[in-house]
Ligand binder design. Structure first.
Ligand code: TXA
Ligand code: MG
Length: 330
């Protein structure tokens, strides 16, 4: 692991806040995935984030805030639905897309007239954001701390693998609890629109909003994590129907292909002794381990990763979304 990984104790967090104020990049844990942070009101620092990730400059970043009172510095208008969602789910894995204020420049918004805002729940993220605010900072722009298009990081070691010395500091706060990114909700007037399913389920949103958010249409405001291919291991990955998994594994093995499997069951097909991960049976546990599992199978050096399809149940919506993108081929 690179030298810049440090345990996220109080001194390291203060140092990280200093680095951010000085315009440097700091990776930090959130409850969803690790973020690659920069001072959101410093366009030079924000541009360095795009460079470190290899991400196109027109893909907007989420601005992370220490608490909801900071919302008003970044947005001109908060629809009632957004206010209700913020009250119900912040701090937590929810991002709101709102009309931007003058503070939200073109670099962080990718030139959109909206800005993405989130108050994360992870104690290290919250302490870092508070320390940054005490130094006069307004918010920390942070995409997931992976190379563009790759699997998101849920440990400090994952960040080091992808970004290494491209960041000043990687705060190690242990593995992320939620494991997949925040749910993103935008508004068309008062109508809520689901831009990306994530850590907060659609049923939970609907309970607070009194309606199910609409699905985002293609060509709606750009969200890079919503591109068809994303969150992808480097090994070719395929979704396989649960009932067909044993047959498909055996078919490939008979053709002398090396396969690695992300299953939802412990039992392997007879005679198969290759890499096999039995993921947790519940959606929360599956999501928590998902990216670490994909990275582990990627490292097995197989010809293909077979992924047992998730159940068609609303609780698995965000997982199904990530697996579809991880296995998408143009
Ligand atoms: O859980 C998360 O959201 C993590 C942690 C670090 O907070 N962050 C994250 O950031 O997933 P990123 O950049 O990997 O994904 C953010 C998504 C992108 O798809 C981006 O295009 C979209 O949010 N987004 C940000 N601002 C937007 C805006 N103004 N309009 C539309 N989409 C926006
Ligand atoms: Mg990302």
């Amino acid at each position: 692991m690179t030298r810049n990984v440090v345990k996220a104790d109080a001194a390291a967090i203060e140092r990280a806040a200093e680095e951010l104020r000085a315009g440097a990049l700091v990776a930090f844990p959130t409850e969803t995935v690790y973020g690659l942070g920069a001072d959101a009101s410093n366009p030079v620092a924000v541009r360095a984030v795009f460079e470190a990730k290899g991400r196109p400059a027109d893909h907007p970043l989420i601005v992370h805030l220490p608490d909801a009172t900071h919302l008003h510095a970044w947005t001109r208008d908060v629809p009632d639905g957004a206010r209700a969602l913020a009250r119900a789910f912040w701090p937590g894995p929810l991002t709101l897309i709102l009309p931007r204020s003058a503070l939200a420049g073109d670099a962080v918004t990718g030139g959109q007239d909206t800005v993405g805002l989130r108050v994360p729940a992870h104690p290290v993220a919250r302490e870092l954001l508070a320390a940054f605010a005490r130094r006069g900072g307004h918010g920390v722009a942070a995409p997931s701390a992976n190379r563009y298009g790759h699997v998101s990081p849920t440990t400090a070691a994952h960040v080091a693998e992808d970004l290494g010395d491209r960041v000043a500091l990687i705060l190690d706060g242990g593995p992320c609890e939620v494991g997949i990114e925040s749910t993103i909700v935008a508004f068309a007037g008062d109508r809520p629109i689901l831009m990306r399913p994530g850590g907060i389920g659609v049923d939970a949103l609907a309970r607070v909003l009194g309606r199910v958010p609409e699905a985002a249409r293609a060509g709606a405001p750009r969200a890079s994590g919503t591109h068809a291919s994303h969150y992808a291991p480097r090994t070719a990955a395929f979704l396989v129907d649960a009932a067909l998994l044993p047959i498909e594994v055996q078919r490939l093995v008979e053709r002398d292909e090396v396969v690695a499997v992300l299953a939802r069951r412990a039992q392997r097909p007879p005679g198969f002794d290759g890499p096999w991960i039995a993921a947790p049976a519940d959606a929360d546990g599956y999501a928590r381990d998902l990216y670490a599992n994909l990275r582990a199978l990627d490292a097995a050096g197989a010809d293909a990763i077979l992924i047992e399809a998730p159940p068609a149940d609303p609780a698995w919506l965000a997982i199904g979304d990530r697996l579809a993108r991880a296995t998408h081929r143009a």
